[in-house]
Design a protein around this ligand. Sequence first.
Ligand code: 5AD
Ligand code: FES
Length: 360
Amino acid sequence: MGVREILEKEQLEREDLRILLDSQKDDKKLLFRRAEEVKLREIGNKVYFRGLVEFSNICGKDCYYCGIRRSNKKAHRYNVTDDQILDAARFAHENNYGSLVLQAGELESTAFTERIVSLLREIKKLSSGKLGITLSLGEQSREVYKRWFDAGAHRYLLRIETSNPELYRKYHPKNTLHDYQNRLNCLYTLKELGYQTGTGVMIGLPFQDTGHLADDLLFMKNFDIDMVGMGPYIEHKETPLFQYRDQLLPIRERFNVALKMIATLRILMKDINIAAATALQAIDPVGREKAVKVGANIIMPNITPGKYRNDYALYENKPCVNEEPEECKHCLDVRIQLVDGEIGYGEWGDSKHFHKRNEE
Ligand code: 5AD
Ligand code: FES
């Protein structure tokens, strides 16, 4: 079956998804055009901002792909102060960003839990409850997720990285800290507690093909996820996976597959929130805008205080690390207009899917 016929189908099977992900030239254009149509029809052309604060790169985990993994002794570790985080939150609020994402390396401790609780309360206070808050702080216990939810967080991002347990094992050390089942359980817990739940995968990892990626999309559909952030894998030389760099798709191709993943997911899950990942922009200066054109509706401008931005180096060649948030804002206004989008200033921009799921 060709791409044109597949795009007419009610229900997409694994093989259909794989064909869409492998599409080239005119077929790829058809896919992108359909994804754009679906997005405009289902959720409109608004793009919502989530001011991203990467407040610390101190991490207890050791994932084989990640530049801030614990064993990378060359990473310069930092921890932004609470006051600086609150300043960033104030900036997001004053500039009508609508929401904030607090992201950091993964730590599990009472002190860390309490720190986040107090930050959540302060952020709610300084914005009179107006700033939406997403957390992206990895695997935690149910009690911790619950405390954070009660303190004001309402969305959580936890990428499954790959939905295939065998692949997962290849990208992580074999110990209880890096357990596929545990990560999956965390996602179920988050959903149960009432969070708008987001996940995602890396695209173009070694050993991964478009069949695996089709499975990843079905995983998201079956889990009935509310939000997704996914982007290309970008190798980092101080990590174990770097040794497989010769086996990777060329970086431009990884970028293309990432765009096709976004477009295909938009067709598969019409009303979820899909982020245009920063990693796209590391490859193409207008990568995020291209993602918005083919289905993404969320952008996460980096509002981490300037001097730390270079150090949150999950991968190399991270974009916009020298820009101050003020410059970033103007730049993004222009960029989104270029792809016929409109920024939803001052709005939470919740996942429509989440609200529908809860009405049923
Ligand atoms: N390339 C792309 N994305 C990466 N991440 C970590 N390392 C890399 C890399 N080398 C992503 C993971 C993680 C998120 C915070 O960053 O998917 O969940
Ligand atoms: Fe950061 Fe433009 S998006 S400077």
